[in-house]
Design a protein around this ligand. Structure first.
Ligand code: APR
Length: 315
């Protein structure tokens, strides 16, 4: 087995800690490098006592970013800041975009061949930000950059099996497009039949499922545990295909794509191979309602993508 170092940037956060715990349980991981600007020595010491093979190392502060990333096979990024009172959406965008951009420079410099999984929001913009930085450093490999949209699929599976009272284990709903609001396009026609009202209600719930969590947490945070689960599911699938060379592994994920002309990044079903993306499946046939969702997704998604590109180009 190769030496598989997985770096998690933002490892001390609400998503980062449970994600680190889940990745510690993957036997394919040789080293788990936890990076954050706070608290990583404690999180690393704690996780290091778990008797699974991965060795855990902790790196704190930007001075230790190079060491954290050096030689990484995979980098997962859930770093960011929560929205604070008085902060506008644009303020938040600029801060998170800046964090992701600086981490991307680190990746380009210290582990340019790594598989990169982006969780930091807004994913529709942060993925193009990372791509632009990698392009500037001449190390962009579109097969290795992923926006993690798995929580949308996880939610769709849960909500649908609940509504239909069918086993959640056998439910797998494709969700295409982007990773926020109207850009999320669940393909419910791929699963058992519903009434028109049911489809609309389920679609709305999948698109805005994150708000349920924010509300239930009294506005003090967003999805962390379910996001960590989804992030680990995604990373484990990718390691199954690339490290364990398992064939036929598929996930919906936001990647550089030409399935929709004029839309540079798009989430659809992707089959993984030894180098990352192996095959991007075309959009499945859409019914009339899904077509209206798709039409609403595209202009918003294009704007989000351009915002990410401009953030790097106009810096
Ligand atoms: N490098 C590394 N880590 C950083 C940096 C940085 N430059 N800046 C902030 N962090 C860390 C914080 O110290 C914190 O530990 O990122 C972590 C973020 O954790 P939380 O604030 O708890 O946020 P969380 O709920 O985990 O969400 C993180 O994921 O879903 C997205 O929108 C969400 O963009 C947000 C991100």
């Amino acid at each position: 087995m190769p030496y598989v170092k997985v770096a998690i940037c933002g490892a001390a956060g609400g998503i980062g800690q449970p994600l680190s715990l889940l990745m510690k349980t993957n036997p394919l991981v040789t080293e788990l490098a936890l990076f954050d600007i706070v608290n990583t020595p404690g999180v690393a010491a704690d996780l290091s006592h778990i008797n699974t093979p991965a060795k855990v190392t902790g790196y704190k502060g930007n001075d230790e970013l190079a060491q954290a990333l050096a030689g990484s096979y995979m980098v997962i990024i859930p770093a960011g800041v929560p929205r604070k009172p008085g902060m506008t959406r644009d303020d938040l965008f600029n801060i998170n975009a800046g964090i992701v951009k600086s981490l991307a420079v680190g990746i380009a410099t210290h582990c340019p061949k790594a598989l990169i999984c982006i969780i930091s929001n807004p994913v529709n913009s942060t993925v193009p930000i990372v791509a632009e930085v990698l392009k500037q450093h001449n190390v962009f490999d579109p097969r290795k950059l992923f926006g993690v949209t798995t929580l949308d699929i996880v939610r769709a599976n849960t909500f649908i099996s609940g509504a239909k009272n069918v086993s959640v284990q056998g439910t797998e709903v494709p969700v295409i497009g982007g990773h926020s609001g109207v850009t999320i396009v669940p393909i419910l026609s791929a699963t058992p039949s519903y009434s028109e009202e049911e489809v609309k209600a389920l679609t709305q719930r999948i698109q805005y499922g994150g708000d349920e969590v924010v509300k239930a947490k009294d506005g003090a945070g967003s999805a962390t545990l379910s996001m960590a689960f989804a992030g680990a599911r995604f990373a484990n699938s990718l390691l199954d295909a690339t490290v364990a060379k398992k064939s036929g592994v598929k996930e919906c994920t936001f990647v550089k794509s030409d399935v929709v002309p004029g839309v540079e990044y798009f989430s659809s079903v992707v089959e993984f191979g030894p180098e990352g993306v192996h095959k991007i499946f075309p959009i499945p046939s859409l019914n009339a309602y899904e077509k209206t969702l798709f039409d609403a997704c595209i202009p918003e998604l294009k704007t989000n993508i351009q915002k990410g590109i401009d953030f790097v180009k106009n810096a």
